[in-house]
Design a protein around this ligand. Structure first.
Ligand code: ASP
Ligand code: CP
Length: 530
């Protein structure tokens, strides 16, 4: 049996490789780099795939120099077959979907697909789609997907080379890191990959330096907090340098003008000045400071000025060269050429899926002598009462939420009503929906209710009494409903992309719903189409 855990693996986001797997990858990069720099051919050969039938397919739908060319050079190193899809003249231009395109390519040959696209979450989606295509067509393989940058989501192979470069400059220690992230933290996918990427270090302190319009999105801040990072935020380099605790590693990112709307573009100069390093700042840096940059650097408006190129502060050139070593090793791993000696530690026991609908036991029900309705509404003899909706919110918010619940649960066309009332404390507002008549809800409908109205109670009434009562909490995962949608317009599952990718959400520690493709966080009321 092949015990290589890397073989056939995709890398859609940085967390697809565990911390110990990334550390193993770094140990291999270190070995390979030494072999290349000392021209040790035997050691280099131990990494080479050396199989002219091994297929690598580059599909770059956004511009690239480093990622595309370093993968191309990595493929040459491996003596494998590299194909480049010419997207300009492909049937994408006839309106073909990603799924149809990559299914077609999957049908031809076993491939490692390296994809750069504006569409976020595309690799995660295709990983499932194309595996299913291979299965239904009886193909004896499953394709591998490597995300070479998807919109403003992630750039996991860049993250590998960034982490490796930090590690190299940390005397190959992963004990701790203090890193300043400077620039366009809002649109920059390389800094978004840092939210989970930096977990390879045991103690992480990040200083976020960006004006408000370019600040790190909430989702990635949450991830960083959940990962236990110490986080500080500053509006400009000037502000950062006016305090004393300054990082010795700075990671700059280019303002991603191509991803900005008109409103921000108008202020490009002002925003750029907050995140551009100036000569006068140099004397305020701690000794041994190193600057990194994923590149490219803009020739007219570089955030790291060129006069720094010849100083020891220049870490970005070595970082870029490390990119090819990391990509050679990544291909060696997913092809199964290396990695068999890696023994993963025992997986954490998986937590059993919790239930999100809890039935209130009958004895509790009969003891409580439930009142069916309150405040002047005639009790119903038979029907359904959804109670405790949006408890603690304002009456306007509660009414809006009830409108959504009725739509999601298909209650609009039924007789009944909604009202806003106070709870047992007489102060806190809550919403109540009732529908008279015989009602049954199947498991799927209960899941919808739990997702759209967590915290509510669901009461089934017969003969004027509550005969069954349930409390709903947020399901850990929600998918398989055609009216779910991620609100990120660039996400593969958003209707604007017309890709028919079914939306999928996973509950976070903060009780938000995170899109399984693009990682955007949503409140429970945002995931159903309005
Ligand atoms: N090259 C990196 C990326 O593709 C950074 C940049 O373009 O600014 O995300
Ligand atoms: N760092 C990086 O991704 O560069 P390219 O955009 O040139 O590939």
């Amino acid at each position: 049996m092949d015990s290589n855990v890397f073989k056939g693996r995709s890398l859609c986001t940085i967390d697809d490789f565990s911390i110990e797997e990334r550390k193993y990858l770094f140990s291999q990069v270190r070995k390979l780099k030494a072999a290349i720099l000392s021209d040790d051919t035997a050691l280099m050969d131990s990494f080479r795939i050396n199989d002219p039938d091994f297929g690598i397919y580059e599909v770059f739908l956004e511009d690239s120099t480093r990622t595309k060319e370093s993968f191309r050079n990595a493929a040459n190193f491996h003596h494998v077959k590299l194909t480049e899809m010419s997207s300009q003249s492909s049937s994408f231009n006839k309106g073909e979907s990603y799924a149809d395109t990559f299914n077609t390519l999957t049908g031809y040959e076993n491939q490692v697909f390296i994809i750069r696209s504006k569409v976020e979450g595309v690799c995660r989606y295709l990983e499932g789609e194309c595996s299913e295509y291979a299965r239904r067509n009886g193909l004896p393989y499953r394709p591998v997907f490597i995300n070479a940058g998807d919109g403003k989501h992630e750039h996991p192979t860049q993250e590998l080379l960034d982490e490796y470069s930090f590690f190299e400059d940390n005397a190959f220690s992963t004990d701790s890191i203090h890193l300043a992230l400077v620039g366009d933290l809002f649109h920059g996918r390389t800094v978004h990959s840092k939210a989970n990427g930096l977990k390879v270090f045991d103690h992480v302190k990040v200083d976020l330096i960006a004006p408000k319009d370019l600040a790190m999105p909430e989702t990635y801040l949450e991830i960083m907090k959940d990962n236990g990072y110490e986080i500080r935020a500053f509006g400009s380099i000037e502000e950062y340098l006016s305090q004393n605790d300054i990082a010795t590693k700075w990671y700059f990112t280019r303002p991603q003008l191509e991803r900005m709307g008109e409103r921000i573009l108008e202020r490009a100069d002002e925003l750029r000045s907050c995140i551009t390093f100036r000569e006068e700042f140099l004397s305020r840096l701690p000794e041994g400071t190193i600057f990194y940059h994923p590149l490219p650097r803009h020739k007219e408006h570089p955030v790291i000025p060129v006069f720094l190129d010849n100083l020891p502060i220049n870490g970005w050139e070595r970082q870029s060269i490390n990119g090819m070593y990391c990509r050679i090793v990544l291909l060696a791993l997913v092809s199964g050429r290396i990695g068999s000696d890696f023994i993963p530690s025992d997986p954490k026991p998986s937590i059993p899926e919790e239930d999100y609908i809890h039935q209130v036991p009958d004895d509790v029900l009969s003891r409580k002598k439930e009142k069916v309705v309150s405040e002047g509404v005639r009790p119903i003899d038979e029907g359904l009462v959804i109670d405790h909706i949006s408890r603690g919110k304002t009456p306007e918010e509660i009414r809006e939420h009830m409108r959504l619940i009725c739509k999601v649960m298909g209650l609009d066309s039924l007789k009944g009503g909604e009202w806003v009332s106070t709870g047992s404390d007489g102060v806190t507002w809550k919403g109540i929906i009732f529908r008279p008549g015989h009602m049954e809800l199947d498991r799927k409908s209960l899941k919808r209710l739990a997702a759209v109205a967590p915290g509510c109670t669901l009461n089934f009434i017969k003969g004027g009494r509550v005969v069954a009562k349930y409390r709903a909490s947020m399901p850990p995962r929600i998918y398989n409903f055609s009216d779910l949608m991620c609100t990120n317009e660039a996400c593969i599952s958003n209707a604007l992309q017309s890709e028919n990718a079914p939306a999928m959400f996973v509950r976070t520690e903060e009780n938000k719903y995170r899109c399984a493709y693009c990682d955007k966080d949503h409140s429970f009321s945002e995931i159903f189409r309005k």
